[in-house]
Design a protein around this ligand. Structure first.
Ligand SMILES: Cc1ncc(COP(=O)(O)O)c(C=O)c1O
Length: 453
């Protein structure tokens, strides 16, 4: 790891070109030259930069490369598809792979969830390109199905950055610059951390419902970008019951948590809750911008009239054949290799291992997670988020050959969302290195004046 084989200037020179030609707000380039790295290729859990340095990717590149980067099954399927059909006509002339994927999405969601029940369900989907677009399709679905535009979402929640999704993404940093253009149909309620918080959430929802008449409640079963926040086990079942009693739709955003990440195919399965609508993206394809909003058949029929030639929601690349083909291969791979079960086993082990870390002087650690979606929150002894320590530690980790991201509004949660194929040995090395990196970062910042830490 971290072996230097290429030109010293490779990374720096390319970042300079990036800096000149990409809008300034996109990529953070640290003036100290320690972040970011320019990726050249990736395989399994490994990424190589343009200088030939190898890194262990503990992010699965935003949780996408669930079966590893360049998974051979995906690459094989993609090669075949490239020869056959690269682009289709989304909502006009459907192609074979799109029809197959729609069938699969129904099978792995509503059909699986209700198998053996008297009233079995099927799913109907609208395919889209990005996660936020899938969320926006869900918002449109809820509005059309209920006639009520108001949506309750959760503090700390992240659903993407399109103008529709921004109404339900909580963080001010993203909303404030565009506040004047937002429709404001979203309202926020607290996300529960403990069992005792759930009645408070219900009371807040009740107030909102009385005031506005909610159409939907939108929630991540585990908040990812919000800082790997896992709600208590009773939360989703009670939310389901609350929604049922009032005719409000329960929309789950499983864009991050879906496809085995949390140790089950979908995180809602831990609680045995069937949503009305589920949003999927990221690991759906393992590396192609394709997402889906899958709803109960009857609900989708109520929400969306038969097309008369113009779809109410579509786009040029809707249901792209390469994306559909990758999604089919990804679903096959995850099933055949039992990767959700692997995530459950490895995730439990990883959390135990992280809990053995001795907190660096002046810091406190909290470990939480579900499956291989694990966070280590770092605070100062006075309770304040230790953001500078985390940031310095992640740069040190990068230098040692490990890629990690901070999550949470304060960016003080070190997130582990690696490919589910990662080895226990590699994870063990990463945890040991993180312990050292945090200790080193804490010492350095204390030397520089303490206040910053
Ligand atoms: C839970 C959740 N929803 C939606 C999104 C937005 O997805 P995208 O970035 O593909 O638009 C994300 C992205 O991180 C996410 O974590």
């Amino acid at each position: 790891m971290g072996r230097q084989t290429g030109k010293i200037s490779g990374n720096r020179a390319r970042l300079e070109t990036l800096r000149r030609h990409e809008a300034p707000n996109v990529t953070f380039v640290d003036p100290d030259g320690r972040w970011p790295v320019v990726w050249a290729r990736a395989r399994g859990p490994w990424v190589w930069d343009v200088e030939g340095r190898r890194y262990l990717d503990l992010t699965a590149a935003f949780g996408v490369a669930m079966a590893g980067h360049g998974n051979p099954g995906l690459v094989r399927a993609l090669r075949g598809q490239i020869r056959e059909l690269i682009h289709g006509m989304g909502d006009v002339h459907p192609h074979v792979r799109k029809i197959e994927l729609l069938r699969e999405l129904s099978r792995i969601t509503f059909e699986r969830w209700t198998r053996g029940r008297r009233a079995g369900m099927e799913g109907r989907a609208i395919l889209a390109c990005t996660g936020f677009e899938a969320v926006e399709v869900a918002l449109k679905t809820a509005c059309r199905a209920t006639g009520r535009p108001w949506v309750a979402a959760f503090e700390g929640g992240y659903h993407g950055l399109g103008y529709g999704a921004l109404n339900v993404t909580h963080r001010d940093l993203f909303r404030q610059p565009f506040e004047s253009q937002l429709r404001r149909f979203g309202r926020f309620v607290p996300f529960p951390a403990r069992e005792a918080d759930v009645p408070l959430v219900e009371a807040c929802l009740e107030r909102l419902h009385r005031r506005h008449g909610l159409g939907a409640v939108l929630v991540e079963p585990v908040q990812g970008r919000g800082g790997i926040r896992v709600p208590p086990g009773s939360f989703l079942p009670r939310l389901r019951a609350w929604c049922d009693a009032r005719g409000v739709l329960l929309v789950l955003d499983e864009i991050f948590t879906g496809f085995g990440r949390t140790g089950a195919w979908f995180a809602c399965e831990h609680a045995g809750v069937v949503p009305d609508v589920i949003c999927l993206g990221k690991a759906l394809t393992g590396g192609f911008p394709l997402s889906a909003c899958v709803g109960r058949s009857d609900l989708m029929e109520a929400a969306w009239p038969p097309s008369q030639g113009e779809a109410l929601h579509t786009s040029t690349f809707q249901g792209n054949p390469l994306g559909c083909c990758m999604a089919l291969a990804q679903i096959r791979t995850l099933e055949e290799r039992g990767l959700a079960e692997r995530a459950a086993r490895l995730g439990g082990w990883l959390m135990d291992r992280l809990r053995l870390l001795e907190p660096a002087r002046g810091l406190e650690y909290e470990v939480r997670g579900l499956g291989l979606m694990v966070g280590l929150e770092v605070r100062r002894s006075d309770g304040r988020p230790a953001t500078p320590v985390v940031w310095e530690a992640l740069k040190r980790m990068r230098e040692r050959g490990f890629l990690l991201l901070p999550e949470g509004a304060e960016a003080n949660v070190v997130a582990f969302t690696p490919p589910l194929t990662i080895s226990r040995t590699a994870l063990d090395r990463a945890v040991a290195a993180l312990g050292d990196a945090l200790a080193g970062a804490a010492r350095q910042l204390a030397r520089q004046g303490g206040k910053e830490a």
